[in-house]
Design a protein around this ligand. Structure first.
Ligand SMILES: Nc1nc2c(ncn2[C@@H]2O[C@H](COP(=O)(O)OP(=O)(O)OP(=O)(O)O)[C@@H](O)[C@H]2O)c(=O)[nH]1
Length: 200
């Protein structure tokens, strides 16, 4: 399998943060997105950013900016579709997604997702962490996605499907387990940002 392309999901509305772009918030010496780019870039072939609205605000990052093609804010799956359409243009087979608000995700994200996908015709794997109640918790914005299923995903979104896990289940998606409960700590609120400042 070719090395996946990387797609950073930054297409949300950040309502709990009061709007704006969570990825452009300052965290230590760089933006939250800067941390995400730094972690993802060495693990993939190339990186693009999925974001809606005026792309000029991300010009300094020097990454392709991919808007959602589904009307309205359809959730992270719309960003996955934008990433898969870009990957198809680039001749790639798969993408790995990472959320723009999750600055400390594992440095072995991509190898672990690839390992979990061995033997799958259409590699579809979500990252997961241990969860006291459910056994494991899946992280729907961190996954390995096959370009071959992009038209199926487009049809599902056009039919109103929004839940990532529901779509992956219809394709017998797997999970890759990361042992640390906080491996995908994400910034949703000003309190989360303060906690992240303490963590770096
Ligand atoms: N492309 C795309 N990505 C989205 C959309 N909604 C959420 N996301 C992304 O999905 C991930 C998780 O998003 P959430 O934290 O649930 O939503 P959010 O909009 O970032 O924040 P809240 O509005 O506070 O829930 C983030 O990486 C978001 O950028 C959307 O409509 N389109």
């Amino acid at each position: 399998m070719k090395q996946p392309l990387g797609v950073i999901l930054a297409g949300g509305q950040a309502t709990r943060m009061g709007g704006g772009d969570k990825g452009l918030l300052q965290l230590g010496v760089q933006s939250v997105l800067g941390h995400v780019i730094e972690r993802l870039t060495p693990q993939v072939d190339r990186v693009a950013l999925n974001a809606n609205g005026d792309a000029a605000r991300f010009a300094g990052l020097k990454l392709p900016v991919l808007p959602d093609s589904i009307d309205g804010f359809a959730g992270p799956l719309a960003g996955v579709l934008a990433g898969l359409d870009w990957a198809a243009e680039q001749g790639a087979d798969t993408i790995v997604t990472a959320a723009a608000d999750t600055p400390f995700f594992p440095g072995d994200l991509v190898p672990q997702l690839l390992l979990a996908s061995e033997g799958m015709t259409h590699p579809l794997v979500l990252a997961a962490t241990p969860d006291a109640k459910r056994g494991t918790a899946r992280h729907p914005t961190f996954g390995l996605w096959p370009v071959a299923l992009r038209d199926d995903l487009r049809a599902a979104l056009q039919g109103g499907l929004r839940k990532v896990v529901m779509w992956t289940q219809t394709h017998e998606g797997r999970e890759a387990l990361f042992p640390h409960e906080d491996a995908f700590f994400n910034i949703n609120t000003p309190q989360d940002l303060a906690r992240a400042q303490e963590m770096i």
